[in-house]
Design a protein around this ligand. Structure first.
Ligand code: ATP
Ligand code: MG
Length: 145
């Protein structure tokens, strides 16, 4: 149940967004699908914390979840620093971080997206990224129902 999952992570994510002065919106219709609940929750957390970490103060982060006949689609969109095109093929590698100087202050390890990719792969889903430097990033994750 995706609404339940979102209610569970909401307090932590809202607090994190507030600390970073990010406007957060989370939208979800009443959906459910068959998957490993805790792993899917990890996907939401990793994508949302990235969006918050890589968006300067006063920016926006929006989560929306909807469905097609076959898939659940999770979209996390931010108005952050973006990912350069040449880095896109590498961001799912373990320990890869785009620009160490640029992202140093977030103190990440470069594992979050490798974990997301692994979880999506074992669920036979897929990931699409659309990003523009200094404009923002949109990540879509599809889980088959
Ligand atoms: P952690 O292991 O704590 O998640 P991390 O955030 O650095 O560390 P990933 O989540 O795997 O690692 O992300 C890899 C890199 O991709 C990040 O270091 C950052 O450079 C880039 N990145 C990920 N999400 C975004 C985003 N929404 N906007 C801009 N860059 C991003
Ligand atoms: Mg991360």
């Amino acid at each position: 149940n995706v609404s339940q999952l979102i209610e569970e992570i909401k307090p932590i994510i809202e607090q994190y967004a507030e600390q970073h002065h990010i406007n957060l919106s989370m939208k979800c219709s009443d959906l459910s699908f068959t998957a490993d609940y805790d792993r899917v929750k990890q996907v939401f957390i990793n994508l949302l914390t990235n969006a918050i970490n890589y968006t300067p103060a006063n920016g926006n982060v929006a989560l929306s979840v909807d469905e097609t006949d076959e898939n659940i689609r999770i979209e996390v969109r931010d108005t952050g620093i973006g990912i350069p095109e040449e880095s896109l093929p590498r961001i799912f590698e373990r320990f890869y971080r785009v620009d160490k100087a640029r992202s140093r202050n977030t103190g990440g390890t470069g594992l979050g997206l490798a974990i997301v990719k692994h979880i999506v792969d074992v669920h036979e889903g897929k990931i699409e990224i659309d990003s523009e430097v200094n404009k923002g990033t949109s990540i879509n994750v599809y889980f088959p129902k």
